[in-house]
Design a protein around this ligand. Structure first.
Ligand SMILES: *Cc1c(COP(=O)(O)O)cnc(C)c1O
Length: 481
């Protein structure tokens, strides 16, 4: 919840109390330099012990509630027909309005199953924006992703409240060009992860629904961050000021033929699911679930996580829960902007994003500015960001780099984990880095896997800029921090 103080300042007020804590520590800059060099300038390859604030991702790193933890103690480990599954299925029906629930071990497993049953070789899959694992699975199935975002979706400095909207004109053009037969389905991602956690509006989703219905094309909703998208609709869309997050979620679901999600985000667990009201999709999924994931009532998840997901689904539509990270992110982004840091605006769900093209204009895109910025942020703060730029794009069939639309260093804000003081600290170190940005240069791959290279690829700092940056930092802050 956001509250206004008597000074006029607005702060994100935590609507929970913390009763279990985990110790963290801030290794000095010299140790951070060693760690990032050993990690090949890839923040994925850092060890937790070398990280102060883990802002790599909001995936599976959120704080669970007392009710979720309690539910895990009463889970039913039956291989088949476990009661935990039926409690999940009840929550899916009550919160999302779907009859059939297909559990999967995480979001990408759901994408794999959907690709298996719906994406044929030569198909196209229109979407408001892709996600890394989504694109990988649909392309492995022989499909091509069509990114049908609106004209200003990729502008990082913007006031458009719904940069996650699909461009309806471009969707119509894609239907005219390919015909409904070659379109596997239209995918809408609730808060587009890769362009800064930006939501779509209900009006836009309804337009997508209306157009696809006319052509008999299915709508698939990626609801990994569904509660945040619903929160933004309640705060930003005219006509939804008084509609509850729970009812907004239901209204969104009513536009979709299939919902899938990674439970690691909004529901604060580790798992995933697919849900639908259509028997034909359920039957297709049912055939493959035991092959790839597990029996119908656990789908690769532990019964404890299934149980906690049922609770997490019900809790995520509580407005205090739905807004918990969005409010802190708003504070974080506004603080960055106030210090002149080129953050992605408006604030979105999941993270504060820094535009590396604007932060490091002297680093050419094929020297991976977002990767360099992510490593530099770690070096000066101990906070671990994730690269979301060209490193996150795999090479094309000819072995050439594919320049990403955006070059972002993403600082994820896991739900209910970090505080305002943590945000103030990170913003301060980012401001110092901005003043010393000339020291940061590009990166070059020395080890590069062919698919999803961002996870495990290793790089080196061109001209050894890591040491130069550490030295400048130590001159200002000393050797202790
Ligand atoms: C995280 C995520 C996925 C993939 O889910 P995993 O649980 O990490 O496999 C898919 N789509 C979106 C929008 C996500 O944020």
């Amino acid at each position: 919840m956001r509250v206004k103080l008597t000074t006029g300042k607005e702060i994100p007020l935590e609507m929970y109390k913390v009763r279990i804590v985990q110790k963290t520590s801030l290794p000095p800059s010299e140790a951070r330099l060693r760690a990032i060099e050993e990690a090949g300038y890839n923040t994925f390859l850092l060890r937790s012990r070398d990280v102060f604030l883990d802002m790599l991702t909001d995936s599976g790193t959120n704080a669970m509630s007392d009710q979720q933890l309690a539910s895990m103690m009463v889970s039913d480990d039956a291989y088949a027909g476990g009661e935990s599954f039926y409690r999940l299925s009840d929550a899916v029906r009550d919160v999302l309005g779907f009859t059939y629930t297909v559990p999967a071990h995480q979001g990408r497993a759901a994408e794999h199953l959907l690709a298996k049953i719906l994406v044929k070789k030569g198909d196209v899959v229109p979407m408001n924006y892709h996600f890394t694992t989504t694109k990988a699975h649909y392309e492995l199935a022989g499909g091509t992703v069509l990114e049908l975002y609106g004209p200003d979706a990729l502008e990082t400095d913007s006031r458009n409240p719904f940069k996650g909207n699909m461009d309806i004109g471009r969707l119509q053009a894609a239907i005219d060009k390919y015909g409904a037969e070659r379109i596997s389905f239209v995918r809408m991602e609730a808060t587009t992860n890769l362009i800064g956690g930006q939501p779509f509006s209900m009006a836009n989703l309804k337009e997508v629904r209306a157009l696809t219905s006319k052509h008999g094309i299915a709508v698939v909703l990626d609801g990994s961050l569904i509660s945040e998208n619903a929160h933004f609709i309640s705060k930003r869309e005219v006509g939804y000021e008084r509609v509850s997050v729970a009812n907004i979620v239901k209204e969104m679901m009513a536009q979709a033929d299939i919902l899938y999600l990674s439970g690691r985000k909004s529901t604060c667990v580790r798992g995933g699911l697919i849900a639908t009201n259509e028997r034909k999709y359920y039957d297709l999924l049912k055939a493959w679930l035991p092959v790839y994931e597990g029996f119908l009532t656990y789908g690769g998840m532990s019964s404890k996580e299934i149980e906690a997901m049922a609770v997490g689904l019900r809790e995520m539509v509580d407005p205090d829960v739905a807004s918990s990270s969005a409010d802190l992110i708003q504070y974080f982004v506004e603080s960055m902007v106030a210090r002149g840091i080129p953050a992605v605006t408006p604030p979105g769900g999941l993270a504060g994003h820094v535009d590396a093209k604007r932060f490091l204009p002297h680093v050419p895109q094929l020297q991976y500015p977002a990767g360099a910025l992510a490593a530099a942020i770690y070096l000066v703060s101990g906070a671990r960001p994730m690269e979301r730029g060209t490193v996150s794009m795999d090479r094309d069939a000819n072995g050439n780099d594919v320049p990403s639309d955006l070059e972002l260093a993403r600082l994820a804000v896991p739900r209910r984990v970090y505080s305002m003081a943590h945000m103030d600290y990170v913003v301060d170190r980012l401001a110092w880095l901005l003043e010393h940005r000339e020291l940061v240069r590009g990166l070059r791959f020395i080890e590069e896997p062919p698919v999803l290279r961002f996870f495990t690829g290793r790089m080196v700092a061109l001209e050894g800029w890591g040491s130069a940056l550490a030295k400048a930092f130590q001159a200002d802050f000393g050797m202790e921090c």
